[in-house]
Design a protein around this ligand. Structure first.
Ligand SMILES: [Zn+2]
Length: 103
């Protein structure tokens, strides 16, 4: 198991690394502008951090070096016509379910 030490968040805020995105509970979606510009996929930021380090850049020109569109690659097209969208996590993080005692 790999553990990451998340970076300390400092201000003024610059969310420019994978670690800072994770520390702020953010996410990055990737869109292929060639085959499906309407369909985003959530990047596995932990996998990118494991492979390239927690301080790897979250900027477009650095992400595009390590991410590609598998559908375009298989079809023989350019697989780097990608867009990235940083966003905050909108899903609830709590997995605890409170059940009402019936007896
Ligand atoms: Zn594509």
């Amino acid at each position: 198991m790999t553990w990451f030490k998340l970076p300390e968040i400092t201000y003024p805020l610059h969310v420019d690394t994978i670690g800072k995105v994770l520390a702020l509970d953010g996410e990055i979606d990737v869109y292929c502008n060639t085959c499906a510009p309407w369909r985003g996929h959530r990047l596995n930021l932990v996998a990118i951090a494991k492979r390239h380090g927690i301080d790897y850049s979250s900027m477009h020109w650095d992400l595009i070096k390590v991410v590609y569109c598998p559908e375009c690659r298989t079809a023989g097209r350019s697989d780097k016509n990608l867009s990235f969208q940083h966003r905050t996590n909108h899903l609830p993080r709590c997995d605890v379910v409170t059940r009402k005692q019936t007896n």
